[in-house]
Design a binder for this molecule. Structure first.
Ligand code: PLP
Length: 385
């Protein structure tokens, strides 16, 4: 089987597992135990990982990194935890955000927070003009994801950061899909808060982080999980030392490989895209054709039911909606917001290529995909143009 669902989750890199192993076995100390070497060693390992994450995004200080159980929790801490000053409670976010952001917004709205949901352009990009027009004197936070999980489309994070800087607005970005794949610089991009997850970058599941620009005094977060006061009181609970160590190592590896993987994965994606466009009629790309994550291709095969297509290809891991939302049997809110018809959404498949895929995988999967599409189309009651 070939795994092409790397936006849902990634395989644990064997090097990462190796780095984690001592912390899963002999070095079982609690990072908060400060009276013996078991605790000190665990704490040192956690701080090393914190430095690696901070370094990867050019954070001013390692203490800007708060470890969480993943990006869902990081987004919850950012959005539910942020104490916006009176008169600045308005939040702007696009309709294409991950559900962990949108669900927070729905809850905040129910509590009286004014929220504006921006519709993206049909290519999935949030227009700066639209964002500008949505700003109000009481806008306190803009939350825009760096890269979309379904389409891979990249947002103009640096420009949005600059706009927020000019207007004195805080800026949160869900950088879960972008981290480790494209360059991120929280200082240059004027990012106040950012969410990350280890399992999207060949690290373990169940660990992530929230970047908090602690130098910004306007940023007041109230913890969502209270208890022993770990992570500066922002996230209580015994630290997941093996997970955090693995996350740190995964981030280091991702940063070392970032430039070469950007080229290699884009090459594989373009090759697959070309093969599909050369042989399969009536297909189209969902999302921006170039401004996107290197390994992601979201394609609508007109007239083909994506779930039937996936059933035809049980040995290829693909996704017909985002893994996180496939439980919701509703058509993708992302493609819907971009203006896609229900028929187009039902015909769409996400292919996400990753570190452990090679050219052979792509050629083989491409061939299988082409055959399956033509088979399903030949069985369709209405002949395709
Ligand atoms: N945000 C985005 C853009 C994602 O793709 C995901 C992945 O499912 C998440 C947030 C949630 O991350 P986690 O699985 O770490 O909670």
């Amino acid at each position: 089987p070939v795994y092409l669902d790397n936006n849902a989750t990634t395989a644990l890199d064997p090097t990462v597992l190796q780095t984690m192993m001592p912390w899963l076995t002999n070095n079982y100390g609690n990072a908060a135990s400060n009276s013996h070497s078991f605790g000190w060693e665990a704490q040192r390992a956690v701080e090393q990982a914190r430095m690696s994450i901070a370094h990867a995004i050019n954070a001013a200080s390692p203490s800007d990194i708060i470890f969480t159980s993943g990006a869902t929790e990081a987004n919850n801490l950012a959005l539910n935890g942020l104490q916006l000053p009176p008169g600045r409670s308005h939040i702007i976010t696009p309709m294409i955000e991950h559900r962990s952001v949108l669900a927070c917004c729905v809850r905040l709205a129910a509590q009286g927070t004014p929220i504006t949901y921006l519709r993206p352009q049909s290519d999935g990009i949030v227009s700066l003009n639209e964002l500008n027009n949505a700003l109000r004197p009481e806008t306190g936070l803009v939350s825009v994801m760096a890269a979309n999980n379904e389409t891979g489309t990249l947002q103009k994070i640096e420009e949005i950061g600059a706009l927020c800087r000019d207007r004195g607005i805080l800026f949160h970005t869900d950088a879960t899909q972008a981290f480790g794949k494209i360059a991120l610089d929280v200082q240059r991009m004027n990012i106040s808060l950012a969410a990350f997850s280890a399992h999207k970058i060949y690290g373990p599941k169940g660990v992530g982080a929230l970047y908090v620009n602690t130098a910004d005094e306007r940023l007041r977060l109230s913890p969502q999980i209270v208890g022993g006061g770990q992570e500066h009181g922002l996230r209580s609970g015994t630290l997941n030392v093996p997970g955090i160590v693995g996350f740190g190592r995964a981030a280091e590896i991702a940063m070392i490989n970032l430039p070469s993987e950007l080229v290699r994965l884009s090459g594989l994606r373009n090759r697959l895209k070309q093969a599909l466009f050369d042989t399969v009629p009536n297909i189209s790309i969902n999302g921006h054709p170039h401004e996107c994550l290197p390994g992601v291709l979201n394609i609508a095969f007109s007239g083909v039911d994506a779930s039937s297509l996936l059933l035809e290809l049980p040995d290829i891991a693909l996704s017909s909606a985002s893994a996180c939302s496939s439980k919701h049997q509703t058509p993708s809110h992302v493609l819907q917001a971009m203006g896609a018809s229900v028929a187009q959404i039902q015909a769409s498949v996400r292919i996400s290529i990753g570190r452990f895929n090679n050219e052979k995988d792509i050629v083989w999967a491409g061939g299988r995909l082409i055959d399956a599409v033509s088979l399903l189309r030949s069985m369709a009651p209405i002949p395709q143009k």
